[in-house]
Design a protein around this ligand. Structure first.
Ligand code: NAG
Ligand code: NAG
Ligand code: NAG
Length: 193
């Protein structure tokens, strides 16, 4: 018969308890107020519907696949990948120079729903002004709902090691040619010196 001493059983129980206490503490870590908040507008002018080289900031880089043309009769463009280098502004107006703004969004999105509009985005917000230098990296699912959150997964420069959440809202749309998103960015980790 195996002999477990009372002491070793108690030791094991204490060890297990301390493990679960540690994991509960980790899982319930809570964040208070954001350490930084920003509101920016993202302007995307899609080349493929105007063919204007001077007034376009994004372009589809894929040809429709067989799956896309089979299932996307209603125009959901499943599988389409769009690359963008978009101006971002503090106000809603388009900037006078689309290519020269202090804040830009550089990255891609792809459309990933067969039965609705839906996208997945990954991009950097690049800040290049005297006030702010650096980048934030954002990624996440962008479903066809009024507001959605995507993750701020990291940052560089003035946003060194930042993390948080960006809430996206469709703010304007001109057919398939232009859309504007409002981005409310809340950082919960900031390490600026
Ligand atoms: C843009 O060009 C494509 C072919 O290159 C053409 O099919 C389309 O009609 C053009 N769109 C406009 C708005 O001129
Ligand atoms: C940042 O802005 C400066 C001054 O406007 C410009 O000379 C430089 O090319 C910009 N850098 C990038 C990476 O856009
Ligand atoms: C560029 O495109 C945007 C969005 O469609 C439009 O509002 C704006 O008037 C255009 N600007 C020029 C100069 O064509």
């Amino acid at each position: 018969m195996a002999t477990w001493s009372k002491a070793s059983l108690t030791g094991a129980a204490v060890f297990l308890l301390s493990l679960s206490a540690a994991s509960v503490a980790h899982g319930r870590r809570s964040y208070g107020e954001p350490c930084k908040k920003m509101k920016l507008y993202f302007h995307d002018i899609i080349y493929d519907y105007s063919n204007s080289t001077s007034n376009s900031t994004s372009a589809a880089v894929t040809k429709p696949t067989a799956l896309s043309t089979t299932v996307s009769k209603s125009g959901y463009f499943f599988g389409r990948v769009v690359v963008f280098n978009d101006p971002m502004t503090e106000g809603k107006a388009l900037p006078p120079e689309l290519e020269e703004t202090a804040v830009r969004a550089q990255g891609l999105y792809f459309l990933d729903r067969k039965d609705d509009f839906g996208a997945w985005m990954a991009f950097s917000i690049v800040f290049n002004s005297t006030a702010q230098q650096g980048t934030l990296s954002l990624m996440g699912a962008d479903p066809n709902v009024e507001t959605k959150d995507i993750s701020v997964v990291g940052g560089t420069g003035d946003f060194f090691m930042a993390r948080g959440v960006a809430t996206l809202r469709g703010d304007a749309v001109e057919g398939l040619k232009y859309f504007r998103l409002q981005m409310d960015i809340s950082l919960y980790e900031c390490y600026d010196a």
